[in-house]
Write a protein that binds this ligand. Structure first.
Ligand code: CP
Ligand code: NVA
Length: 319
């Protein structure tokens, strides 16, 4: 039984296979084909935080693959009505996988621990692996020069994340390490990616090129991707006022973008707070690939679902 709690759960070869499967399925869809690869399979979406992209992209993706999805809201009583052991073992009787968005990463680990059902992390405070898969799919497409994707186009691409060293930044840094791409975090003191995560990345990928700058202007002339996310993540609302002050110099605006290569693209996982971490003109500007990136959530996750739930199809169809 396989899980995806963080991208540490996949080998580099598996990450590549997931991306290749996503690309293959995206091409099929573009040509009008929706093969029912997951017919008869059902995933559950167990969410204790709001979501637009993750929920809708998983549900639509499962539909396109001929399978079904069930949104499991508050009323299923996760952590409230019964023990985690009973909860997950019962789910395992009905479902092929659970996509889980939790307030704390421990809750998702706890579900997976019983080995009763495959668990996919749909965002925790620690990590957002599905987002990172879509992000790299997007970077590969952008630098392949069109809608297609080539791994070669990723080689040496330098990703700079401007803002908080949060769940999205951690997952992206790890995905860059897996694919041997340089990653720089531009953040204020006290908001870097934690040492425990960085050490795990370096232990798994000793050649990881991860660095940190305080001023995004110091690195931006040398990057291919400028990525940002909200300054206050879900669950940190009490710190919002303080974060607004601390992160004010980290806004991705036209002034910062004037120092970036014209070929660089701008990404944001969304939802964005326009005017805070990114200005209107940048998010809607010519270098933004943000809407394509959001669309790629579905394509990347279709690749993941088929890799996880129909491995034989992948061996037969994906090179
Ligand atoms: N990027 C992302 O995960 O969006 P949602 O919170 O809307 O799912
Ligand atoms: N860092 C953000 C990402 C939302 C998709 C959060 O956790 O709220």
């Amino acid at each position: 039984m396989r899980h995806l709690l963080t991208l540490f759960d996949l080998t580099p070869t598996e990450v590549r296979t997931v991306l290749s499967t996503a690309v293959h399925l995206k091409r099929l869809l573009r040509d009008g084909h929706r093969p029912p690869i997951l017919a008869g399979q059902t995933v559950g979406l167990l969410f204790e935080k709001p979501s637009l992209r993750t929920r809708v992209s998983f549900e639509a993706g499962m539909n396109q693959l001929g399978g079904g999805s069930l949104f499991l809201g508050e009323d299923v009583g996760w952590g409230k009505r019964e023990s985690p052991a009973d909860f997950t073992r019962v789910l395992g009787q009905f479902l092929d996988a659970v996509i889980c968005r939790a307030k704390s990463h421990d809750r998702v680990e706890e579900l997976a621990r019983f080995e009763a059902v495959s668990v996919i992390n749909g965002l925790t405070d620690l990590s957002h692996p599905c987002q990172a898969l879509a992000d790299i799919l997007t970077v590969g497409e952008v630098f392949s020069g069109g809608d297609d994707f080539h791994f070669d186009a990723l080689r040496g691409r330098h990703v700079m994340f401007v803002g908080d060293g949060n769940n999205v930044a951690r997952s992206l840094a790890l995905h860059c390490a897996i694919l041997d791409m340089p990653f720089t975090l531009a953040c204020p003191d006290g908001y870097a990616i934690d040492d425990i995560w960085l050490q795990r990345v370096r232990n798994a990928y000793p050649n990881a090129q991860i660095s940190r700058v305080e001023d995004p202007g110091d690195a931006i002339s040398d990057v291919d991707v400028i990525y940002t996310d909200v300054w206050t993540s879900m669950g940190q609302e009490a710190e919002a006022a303080e974060r607004r002050k601390i992160f004010a110099p980290y806004r991705v605006d036209a002034k910062l973008m004037s120092k970036a290569p014209k070929t660089a693209c701008v990404l944001h996982c969304l939802p964005a707070v326009r005017g805070e971490e990114i200005t209107q003109e940048v998010i809607d500007g010519p270098q933004s690939q943000i809407i394509r990136q959001a669309g790629n959530r579905m394509h990347a996750q279709k690749g993941l679902l088929v890799w996880m739930l129909a491995p034989n199809w992948v061996s037969e169809h994906v090179k």
